[in-house]
Design a protein. Structure first.
Length: 368
Protein backbone atom coordinates (compact mmCIF):
# COMPACT_ATOMS: atom_id res chain seq x y z
CA UNK A 1 0.00 0.00 0.00
CA UNK A 2 2.76 2.37 0.95
CA UNK A 3 4.78 1.49 -2.11
CA UNK A 4 1.88 2.30 -4.41
CA UNK A 5 1.41 5.70 -2.73
CA UNK A 6 5.06 6.74 -3.15
CA UNK A 7 5.06 5.50 -6.73
CA UNK A 8 2.07 7.64 -7.67
CA UNK A 9 3.56 10.70 -5.85
CA UNK A 10 6.79 10.27 -7.76
CA UNK A 11 4.94 10.25 -11.10
CA UNK A 12 3.02 13.42 -10.21
CA UNK A 13 6.23 15.17 -9.17
CA UNK A 14 8.00 14.31 -12.40
CA UNK A 15 5.10 15.69 -14.41
CA UNK A 16 5.24 19.08 -12.62
CA UNK A 17 6.47 22.36 -14.34
CA UNK A 18 9.76 22.35 -12.43
CA UNK A 19 11.08 19.58 -14.64
CA UNK A 20 9.25 20.41 -17.85
CA UNK A 21 10.15 24.20 -18.16
CA UNK A 22 11.41 25.21 -21.58
CA UNK A 23 15.19 25.50 -21.82
CA UNK A 24 15.42 29.11 -23.09
CA UNK A 25 17.34 32.15 -21.63
CA UNK A 26 15.26 35.19 -20.68
CA UNK A 27 16.72 38.91 -20.48
CA UNK A 28 17.65 42.06 -22.54
CA UNK A 29 18.97 41.91 -26.03
CA UNK A 30 22.22 43.67 -26.99
CA UNK A 31 20.31 46.37 -28.88
CA UNK A 32 18.14 47.07 -25.84
CA UNK A 33 21.23 47.40 -23.63
CA UNK A 34 22.81 49.87 -26.07
CA UNK A 35 19.67 52.02 -26.17
CA UNK A 36 19.39 52.08 -22.37
CA UNK A 37 23.09 52.97 -22.03
CA UNK A 38 22.75 55.82 -24.53
CA UNK A 39 19.70 57.23 -22.72
CA UNK A 40 21.40 56.99 -19.31
CA UNK A 41 24.58 58.58 -20.69
CA UNK A 42 22.61 61.45 -22.16
CA UNK A 43 20.84 62.10 -18.87
CA UNK A 44 24.10 62.02 -16.89
CA UNK A 45 25.86 64.26 -19.43
CA UNK A 46 22.99 66.75 -19.37
CA UNK A 47 22.95 66.92 -15.59
CA UNK A 48 26.74 67.29 -15.52
CA UNK A 49 26.56 70.12 -18.06
CA UNK A 50 23.94 71.94 -15.99
CA UNK A 51 26.04 71.60 -12.82
CA UNK A 52 29.19 72.83 -14.60
CA UNK A 53 27.33 75.79 -16.08
CA UNK A 54 25.92 76.73 -12.69
CA UNK A 55 29.38 76.54 -11.10
CA UNK A 56 30.90 78.57 -13.97
CA UNK A 57 28.19 81.21 -13.69
CA UNK A 58 28.78 81.43 -9.94
CA UNK A 59 32.54 81.88 -10.42
CA UNK A 60 31.90 84.41 -13.18
CA UNK A 61 29.61 86.51 -11.00
CA UNK A 62 32.05 86.27 -8.10
CA UNK A 63 34.86 87.50 -10.37
CA UNK A 64 32.74 90.37 -11.63
CA UNK A 65 31.67 91.38 -8.13
CA UNK A 66 35.22 91.24 -6.77
CA UNK A 67 36.57 93.28 -9.67
CA UNK A 68 33.86 95.91 -9.32
CA UNK A 69 34.53 96.11 -5.58
CA UNK A 70 38.24 96.69 -6.18
CA UNK A 71 37.49 99.39 -8.74
CA UNK A 72 35.24 101.15 -6.23
CA UNK A 73 37.92 100.97 -3.54
CA UNK A 74 40.50 102.41 -5.94
CA UNK A 75 38.14 105.20 -6.97
CA UNK A 76 37.42 106.03 -3.32
CA UNK A 77 41.15 106.24 -2.62
CA UNK A 78 41.73 108.58 -5.56
CA UNK A 79 38.78 110.74 -4.52
CA UNK A 80 40.09 111.00 -0.94
CA UNK A 81 43.45 112.26 -2.23
CA UNK A 82 41.83 114.70 -4.64
CA UNK A 83 39.96 116.33 -1.76
CA UNK A 84 43.36 117.16 -0.25
CA UNK A 85 44.79 118.47 -3.52
CA UNK A 86 46.30 121.95 -3.58
CA UNK A 87 46.48 122.18 -7.35
CA UNK A 88 45.17 119.80 -10.06
CA UNK A 89 46.66 119.93 -13.54
CA UNK A 90 44.35 120.03 -16.57
CA UNK A 91 44.79 117.42 -19.25
CA UNK A 92 46.63 119.74 -21.62
CA UNK A 93 49.44 120.19 -19.10
CA UNK A 94 50.19 116.47 -19.10
CA UNK A 95 51.06 116.76 -22.77
CA UNK A 96 52.73 120.19 -22.66
CA UNK A 97 54.44 121.60 -19.55
CA UNK A 98 55.52 124.98 -20.87
CA UNK A 99 53.83 128.18 -19.70
CA UNK A 100 55.57 130.60 -22.06
CA UNK A 101 55.26 130.65 -25.81
CA UNK A 102 59.03 130.63 -26.29
CA UNK A 103 59.51 127.48 -24.20
CA UNK A 104 59.64 124.06 -25.83
CA UNK A 105 56.61 121.86 -25.24
CA UNK A 106 57.47 118.69 -23.33
CA UNK A 107 55.15 116.13 -21.72
CA UNK A 108 55.08 115.92 -17.93
CA UNK A 109 56.33 112.33 -18.07
CA UNK A 110 59.75 113.66 -19.16
CA UNK A 111 60.18 115.12 -15.67
CA UNK A 112 59.12 111.96 -13.84
CA UNK A 113 61.03 108.68 -13.35
CA UNK A 114 61.58 106.73 -16.54
CA UNK A 115 59.29 103.70 -16.83
CA UNK A 116 60.73 100.28 -16.15
CA UNK A 117 61.94 98.30 -19.18
CA UNK A 118 58.94 97.02 -21.09
CA UNK A 119 56.50 99.13 -19.07
CA UNK A 120 53.88 100.88 -21.17
CA UNK A 121 51.94 103.62 -19.39
CA UNK A 122 50.29 107.01 -19.82
CA UNK A 123 49.70 109.67 -17.12
CA UNK A 124 46.04 110.25 -16.32
CA UNK A 125 45.88 112.57 -13.33
CA UNK A 126 48.48 114.82 -11.67
CA UNK A 127 48.09 117.10 -8.67
CA UNK A 128 49.93 118.57 -5.68
CA UNK A 129 49.03 117.82 -2.08
CA UNK A 130 50.66 118.45 1.27
CA UNK A 131 52.50 115.58 2.91
CA UNK A 132 53.81 115.49 6.51
CA UNK A 133 57.56 115.52 7.07
CA UNK A 134 59.16 112.14 7.80
CA UNK A 135 60.21 111.50 11.38
CA UNK A 136 63.87 112.24 10.67
CA UNK A 137 63.08 115.75 9.43
CA UNK A 138 60.82 116.34 12.42
CA UNK A 139 63.69 115.25 14.69
CA UNK A 140 66.10 117.63 12.97
CA UNK A 141 63.62 120.48 13.31
CA UNK A 142 63.25 119.75 17.02
CA UNK A 143 66.95 119.33 17.86
CA UNK A 144 69.00 121.24 15.28
CA UNK A 145 70.12 124.77 15.95
CA UNK A 146 68.71 125.79 12.59
CA UNK A 147 66.32 123.89 10.32
CA UNK A 148 67.53 122.13 7.16
CA UNK A 149 67.77 124.32 4.08
CA UNK A 150 64.46 124.89 2.36
CA UNK A 151 62.44 123.39 5.21
CA UNK A 152 59.70 125.28 7.02
CA UNK A 153 59.61 123.42 10.32
CA UNK A 154 56.56 125.27 11.60
CA UNK A 155 54.50 123.97 8.67
CA UNK A 156 55.33 120.35 9.47
CA UNK A 157 54.69 119.34 5.87
CA UNK A 158 55.76 119.98 2.31
CA UNK A 159 54.25 119.68 -1.17
CA UNK A 160 54.19 116.31 -2.92
CA UNK A 161 53.36 115.64 -6.57
CA UNK A 162 50.98 112.70 -7.06
CA UNK A 163 50.59 111.17 -10.52
CA UNK A 164 48.23 108.36 -11.47
CA UNK A 165 49.00 106.25 -14.55
CA UNK A 166 47.10 103.77 -16.68
CA UNK A 167 49.63 100.98 -17.20
CA UNK A 168 49.15 98.20 -19.73
CA UNK A 169 50.07 94.77 -18.37
CA UNK A 170 52.62 92.66 -20.18
CA UNK A 171 50.89 89.42 -21.29
CA UNK A 172 54.23 87.60 -20.91
CA UNK A 173 54.51 88.62 -17.25
CA UNK A 174 52.45 86.57 -14.80
CA UNK A 175 52.76 89.12 -11.98
CA UNK A 176 49.61 90.94 -13.08
CA UNK A 177 46.69 88.95 -14.44
CA UNK A 178 44.43 91.70 -15.80
CA UNK A 179 44.62 93.70 -19.01
CA UNK A 180 45.82 96.90 -17.33
CA UNK A 181 46.25 98.44 -13.90
CA UNK A 182 46.21 101.81 -12.14
CA UNK A 183 49.59 102.83 -10.74
CA UNK A 184 50.47 105.73 -8.44
CA UNK A 185 53.71 107.69 -8.15
CA UNK A 186 54.56 110.27 -5.49
CA UNK A 187 57.41 112.79 -5.78
CA UNK A 188 57.95 114.15 -2.28
CA UNK A 189 60.65 116.45 -0.97
CA UNK A 190 62.14 113.81 1.33
CA UNK A 191 62.41 110.05 1.52
CA UNK A 192 61.34 108.19 4.65
CA UNK A 193 64.93 108.39 5.98
CA UNK A 194 65.04 112.17 5.57
CA UNK A 195 67.21 112.32 2.45
CA UNK A 196 66.15 114.66 -0.33
CA UNK A 197 64.63 113.28 -3.50
CA UNK A 198 66.44 114.02 -6.74
CA UNK A 199 64.43 116.04 -9.21
CA UNK A 200 62.19 117.65 -6.60
CA UNK A 201 61.44 121.32 -7.22
CA UNK A 202 59.55 123.00 -4.39
CA UNK A 203 56.56 124.78 -5.98
CA UNK A 204 55.97 126.70 -2.77
CA UNK A 205 59.45 128.19 -2.88
CA UNK A 206 59.43 129.09 -6.57
CA UNK A 207 55.67 129.74 -6.94
CA UNK A 208 55.59 127.64 -10.09
CA UNK A 209 52.60 125.33 -9.64
CA UNK A 210 51.26 126.29 -13.06
CA UNK A 211 54.60 125.79 -14.84
CA UNK A 212 56.38 123.09 -12.80
CA UNK A 213 59.22 122.20 -13.13
CA UNK A 214 59.89 125.43 -15.02
CA UNK A 215 60.28 128.64 -13.09
CA UNK A 216 62.41 131.72 -12.59
CA UNK A 217 65.89 131.01 -11.25
CA UNK A 218 68.04 133.37 -9.18
CA UNK A 219 68.96 135.28 -12.35
CA UNK A 220 65.33 135.79 -13.25
CA UNK A 221 65.51 133.45 -16.25
CA UNK A 222 62.63 131.07 -16.92
CA UNK A 223 64.29 127.63 -17.02
CA UNK A 224 63.84 124.02 -16.00
CA UNK A 225 64.67 124.00 -12.30
CA UNK A 226 65.19 120.24 -12.05
CA UNK A 227 68.79 119.27 -11.37
CA UNK A 228 68.16 115.63 -12.32
CA UNK A 229 65.38 113.30 -13.28
CA UNK A 230 63.60 111.79 -10.24
CA UNK A 231 64.05 108.18 -9.17
CA UNK A 232 61.60 105.66 -7.83
CA UNK A 233 58.82 103.52 -9.19
CA UNK A 234 55.06 103.77 -9.34
CA UNK A 235 53.11 101.47 -7.03
CA UNK A 236 50.08 99.50 -8.20
CA UNK A 237 46.75 100.64 -6.81
CA UNK A 238 44.41 98.28 -8.67
CA UNK A 239 44.69 95.47 -11.21
CA UNK A 240 42.03 94.20 -13.64
CA UNK A 241 41.38 97.59 -15.24
CA UNK A 242 39.75 97.56 -18.66
CA UNK A 243 41.94 98.15 -21.69
CA UNK A 244 39.51 98.25 -24.60
CA UNK A 245 39.21 100.95 -27.23
CA UNK A 246 36.14 102.90 -28.18
CA UNK A 247 34.74 102.42 -31.65
CA UNK A 248 36.62 104.97 -33.81
CA UNK A 249 33.45 105.93 -35.67
CA UNK A 250 31.67 106.78 -32.43
CA UNK A 251 34.75 108.57 -31.09
CA UNK A 252 35.12 110.72 -34.20
CA UNK A 253 31.41 111.55 -34.24
CA UNK A 254 31.66 112.70 -30.62
CA UNK A 255 34.71 114.81 -31.42
CA UNK A 256 36.82 113.14 -28.75
CA UNK A 257 37.49 109.76 -27.19
CA UNK A 258 35.80 110.03 -23.85
CA UNK A 259 33.14 112.27 -22.42
CA UNK A 260 33.23 115.30 -20.14
CA UNK A 261 30.12 117.05 -18.79
CA UNK A 262 30.59 120.25 -20.77
CA UNK A 263 27.46 122.27 -21.43
CA UNK A 264 27.04 125.19 -23.88
CA UNK A 265 25.19 127.13 -21.19
CA UNK A 266 27.74 126.46 -18.44
CA UNK A 267 30.57 128.82 -17.54
CA UNK A 268 32.76 125.89 -16.44
CA UNK A 269 34.81 124.07 -19.07
CA UNK A 270 36.22 120.64 -18.33
CA UNK A 271 39.57 119.49 -19.65
CA UNK A 272 39.78 115.79 -20.46
CA UNK A 273 42.82 114.10 -18.96
CA UNK A 274 44.80 112.59 -20.54
CA UNK A 275 44.28 114.47 -23.81
CA UNK A 276 43.89 112.57 -27.06
CA UNK A 277 47.42 113.56 -28.09
CA UNK A 278 48.86 111.27 -25.38
CA UNK A 279 46.75 108.26 -26.39
CA UNK A 280 49.01 106.84 -29.06
CA UNK A 281 49.97 103.29 -30.03
CA UNK A 282 48.38 100.68 -27.79
CA UNK A 283 46.51 103.42 -25.90
CA UNK A 284 44.70 104.80 -28.95
CA UNK A 285 41.04 105.49 -28.05
CA UNK A 286 41.42 103.75 -24.65
CA UNK A 287 39.29 105.51 -22.03
CA UNK A 288 38.98 102.95 -19.23
CA UNK A 289 40.58 105.38 -16.77
CA UNK A 290 40.41 109.12 -17.30
CA UNK A 291 39.41 112.36 -15.60
CA UNK A 292 37.66 115.61 -16.41
CA UNK A 293 39.24 118.62 -14.70
CA UNK A 294 37.43 121.93 -14.47
CA UNK A 295 40.13 124.28 -15.70
CA UNK A 296 39.37 127.97 -15.04
CA UNK A 297 41.88 130.14 -16.87
CA UNK A 298 43.22 133.66 -16.59
CA UNK A 299 44.75 135.94 -19.22
CA UNK A 300 48.43 136.73 -18.63
CA UNK A 301 50.78 138.98 -20.59
CA UNK A 302 53.98 137.13 -21.49
CA UNK A 303 56.58 138.09 -24.08
CA UNK A 304 54.38 140.84 -25.49
CA UNK A 305 51.50 138.41 -25.99
CA UNK A 306 48.38 137.58 -24.03
CA UNK A 307 48.10 133.91 -23.22
CA UNK A 308 45.65 131.88 -21.16
CA UNK A 309 47.05 130.08 -18.13
CA UNK A 310 45.33 127.98 -15.46
CA UNK A 311 43.97 130.14 -12.65
CA UNK A 312 45.13 128.64 -9.32
CA UNK A 313 42.80 130.92 -7.34
CA UNK A 314 39.72 129.01 -8.53
CA UNK A 315 38.41 125.78 -7.08
CA UNK A 316 38.98 122.66 -9.16
CA UNK A 317 36.10 120.30 -9.84
CA UNK A 318 37.31 116.86 -10.93
CA UNK A 319 35.27 113.97 -12.34
CA UNK A 320 37.06 110.61 -12.42
CA UNK A 321 35.95 107.60 -14.48
CA UNK A 322 37.22 104.05 -13.95
CA UNK A 323 36.10 100.86 -15.67
CA UNK A 324 37.28 97.39 -14.72
CA UNK A 325 37.49 94.14 -16.64
CA UNK A 326 37.26 90.73 -15.00
CA UNK A 327 39.16 89.08 -17.84
CA UNK A 328 41.98 87.03 -16.35
CA UNK A 329 40.18 86.07 -13.15
CA UNK A 330 39.05 82.49 -12.44
CA UNK A 331 35.78 81.83 -14.22
CA UNK A 332 36.47 84.35 -16.99
CA UNK A 333 37.87 82.83 -20.15
CA UNK A 334 40.91 84.59 -21.67
CA UNK A 335 41.34 85.34 -25.34
CA UNK A 336 42.49 82.55 -27.60
CA UNK A 337 45.92 84.13 -28.10
CA UNK A 338 46.31 84.88 -24.40
CA UNK A 339 46.89 88.60 -25.03
CA UNK A 340 43.60 89.70 -23.45
CA UNK A 341 42.65 91.81 -26.45
CA UNK A 342 39.14 92.60 -27.61
CA UNK A 343 37.15 89.35 -28.12
CA UNK A 344 33.84 87.71 -27.40
CA UNK A 345 35.19 86.29 -24.13
CA UNK A 346 35.94 89.65 -22.55
CA UNK A 347 33.97 90.69 -19.49
CA UNK A 348 33.90 94.48 -19.20
CA UNK A 349 32.13 96.03 -16.25
CA UNK A 350 30.11 99.26 -16.11
CA UNK A 351 32.22 102.39 -15.63
CA UNK A 352 32.31 103.90 -12.16
CA UNK A 353 32.28 107.66 -11.65
CA UNK A 354 33.03 110.02 -8.79
CA UNK A 355 32.99 113.81 -8.60
CA UNK A 356 35.31 115.70 -6.25
CA UNK A 357 35.63 119.37 -5.37
CA UNK A 358 39.10 119.95 -3.97
CA UNK A 359 39.18 121.96 -0.78
CA UNK A 360 42.21 124.16 -1.42
CA UNK A 361 43.15 127.05 -3.71
CA UNK A 362 46.28 129.13 -4.18
CA UNK A 363 46.46 132.90 -3.80
CA UNK A 364 42.74 133.39 -3.43
CA UNK A 365 41.75 136.72 -1.89
CA UNK A 366 38.55 136.50 0.14
CA UNK A 367 35.84 138.93 -0.84
CA UNK A 368 35.35 141.47 1.98
Amino acid sequence: MANRFWSRLKKLFLKSDCFNAPDNTRGFTLLELLVVTAIAGGIVAGLTFIVVQMMTADRRESARSETQREMQLALDYIAAELREAIYVYPGEYLACTRSQQKQACEPLSQFLPAPAPGENRVPVLAFWKQQPFPQEIKRQCATAGRPPDGVTCLAGQSYALVVYFLTKNDPNNDTWKGKARVTRYVLSQFNSDGTRNAGYVNPGQFSNFTSWPYGNNSDGRFVNLQSARPNGRADTLADFVGFDYLDPTVANAAGQTGFCPNSPTSTVTYSISPPASLLQGDFANVRSFYACVAAPTQSVRSGGQTISLPDPTQYRDVVVYLRGSATGRPGILPDRDGLFLRSNDQDILPALQTRVLNRSVLGRKPTP
